[in-house]
Write a protein that binds this ligand. Structure first.
Ligand code: PEP
Length: 251
């Protein structure tokens, strides 16, 4: 039985006071959703004050990115151990904004995934096709390539500890949500890919989140799909009421 994960990606938004206030509002209601795991991922500069707010609550803390090296001369980067030190239990890796704006590759995502797992952090590995790729009928091949590259060399046990987020790039921040059928089709393919790479038992254990314009009014239908195990939420996670409204749809 896979427990739904409702994850908020605050991206490069809010200031310190706003991040603390949002965390307080989410944490105050954290106990109201016993059927789901709740997670917020603030900007890294606000991880520490948000961690202080979340301490003792049921809401987990995650980062939006990390570097794969342990320590050293990597100016501006943050290691998995540093995230653990701040109380993070999750890290988003290979988000489409990092892949397409910062040019992050599958190989870099793979290295970060390995480092996160080694540090005991759950990686949320994002995959998803561009609109042009969907229109060219390449969705399945793009997803297969990203999974093969981003999870290369992972053992079945490590794969089971990893969360995958399917985020069609054309649906992120656009208000154009994938239909439940479109999303479920890719999630089913993803689980089949994992079964082929590992085995059915492993594939059945991996949580696969959907991300892309999830809102309280469309979350119910998406989260009812058999292979959709939660949501990665951008815009709607910046309002406690909307984020919690989506959490309420996770049964
Ligand atoms: C995201 O950033 O992962 C995302 C899904 O954003 P939004 O919910 O705003 O589409």
């Amino acid at each position: 039985m896979r427990r739904p994960l409702i994850a908020g990606n605050w991206k490069m938004n809010l200031d310190r006071a706003g991040a603390v206030a949002l965390a307080q509002a989410v944490a105050a209601k954290g106990n109201d959703f016993p059927a789901a795991d709740l997670l917020v991922c603030p900007p890294s500069i606000y991880l520490d004050p948000v961690a202080a707010v979340l301490r003792g609550s049921k809401v987990a803390l995650g980062a939006q990115n990390m570097y794969h090296e342990g320590n050293g001369a990597f100016t501006g980067e943050i290691s998995a151990a540093m995230l653990v030190d701040l109380g993070c239990s999750y890290v988003i890796l290979g988000h489409s904004e990092r892949r397409h704006i910062m040019g992050e590759t599958d190989e870099q995502v793979r290295a970060k995934t390995v480092a996160a797992l080694a540090a005991g952090i759950t990686p949320i590995v994002c995959v998803g096709e561009l609109l042009s790729e969907r229109q060219a009928g390449q969705t399945a091949s793009v997803i297969a390539r990203q999974v093969a590259g981003s999870l290369a060399g992972l053992s079945a046990a490590d794969c089971e500890k990893t969360v995958i987020a399917y985020e069609p790039v054309w649906a992120i921040g656009t208000g154009q949500v994938a239909t439940p059928e479109q999303a479920e089709e890719v999630h089913r393919d993803l689980r089949r890919l994992l079964a082929d790479r590992y085995n059915t038992a492993t594939a059945e254990k991996v949580r696969i989140l959907y991300g892309g314009s999830v809102k309280p009014n469309n979350a119910g239908e998406l989260l009812q799909q058999p292979d959709i195990d939660g949501a990665l939420i951008g815009g709607a996670s910046l309002k406690a009421e909307d984020f919690l409204g989506i959490a309420a749809a996770a049964k």
